[in-house]
Design a protein around this ligand. Structure first.
Ligand code: NAD
Length: 262
């Protein structure tokens, strides 16, 4: 691949948590980053923290809206002249059980994470194909795409959809030199808007631990006994974009400090 210092990255949900950590890391390695998020002010504030307008720009984009995704692509190309790395990170969790999940809940989870990442992949991969220089598409899926847990049926099903998109797109985009890989994080409590916005309270109730101890609780049940932070997910995203992973596509990298088999 082109050296990271010459590459342009587009990160959805880049104004907070894992997405912001990924945008920050890629910029620190010399890439230009377009930070896309629902709220324009939040996206621009995150971009300004990462660097000046020659390094990072903030773009308002609801990934569930095809016209907004197309406008975000145009804004990225206008700012930096192209795109090389696409990170499908935007997400939310309604944290509801089967019986509490409404049709609208199901639709929102799938609109943002399954349809949204499809729309981003479709339009941004077209730009990668047209450029003819290869590229990277990275999905921030979840451990929940594989393992079952309580109170998150719509979230987990949408994450599993994303995980299969990785396999399908690796096959379809491979002939264009475009790698498509996924990252499955788990237990990123500190720094996550999803955890702060209700998921944490839900998980604390499910596991019977105080919410302020949730990070420690997650750490203790990992094989490594370590807490996972947004920066650790960003390290994996960065690694996947380097030449060291030039021959890896269709992979799902767990960033969860290890999950016990039983
Ligand atoms: P976060 O809330 O800090 O970040 C998510 C960002 O996505 C927010 O800035 C939000 O505004 C944005 N977003 C939501 N809907 C959007 C839309 N329609 N269009 C554009 N942007 C939108 O949460 P996070 O924990 O950093 O989560 C990032 C990703 O990582 C999510 O996809 C999440 O499911 C996944 N994930 C997180 C964990 C974890 O432990 N925190 C574990 C597994 C997977």
């Amino acid at each position: 691949p082109k050296p990271l210092a010459t590459r342009i990255a587009f990160v959805t949900g880049g104004a907070s948590g894992i997405g912001k950590a990924i945008a920050t890391r890629l910029a620190a390695e010399g890439a230009c980053v377009a930070v896309a998020d629902l709220d324009e002010a939040k996206a621009q504030a995150a971009a300004a923290e990462i660097g000046g307008p020659d390094v990072a720009v903030g773009i308002a984009a609801n990934v569930a809206d095809e016209a907004a995704v197309q406008a975000a692509l145009a804004a990225t190309v206008l700012a930096f002249g192209g795109v090389d790395i696409v990170v499908n990170n935007a997400g939310l969790s309604l944290s509801r059980s089967l019986f509490d999940t409404t049709e609208a809940d199901w639709d929102l989870q799938h609109d943002v994470m399954a349809k949204g990442s499809f729309l981003v992949a479709k339009h941004f991969a077209q730009a990668l194909v047209d450029q003819g220089l290869g590229g990277d598409v990275i999905y921030i899926s979840s451990k929940n795409s594989v393992f079952a847990g309580p109170n998150n049926i719509a979230y987990s099903a949408a994450k599993a959809d994303q995980a299969h998109q990785v396999r399908l797109l690796a096959a379809e985009l491979g002939p264009h030199g475009i790698k498509v890989n996924g990252i499955n994080p788990d237990g990123v409590v500190r720094g996550s808007g999803i955890f702060a916005g209700g998921w944490g309270a839900n998980r604390a109730a499910v596991y019977g631990v105080p919410e302020e101890k949730l990070g420690e609780f997650y750490a203790q049940r990992t094989l490594l006994g370590r807490e996972v932070l947004p920066e650790h997910v960003a390290n994996a995203a960065y690694a996947l974009c380097t030449g060291d992973f030039s021959h890896t596509t269709g992979l799902h990298v767990p960033v969860d400090a290890g999950v016990a088999a039983a």
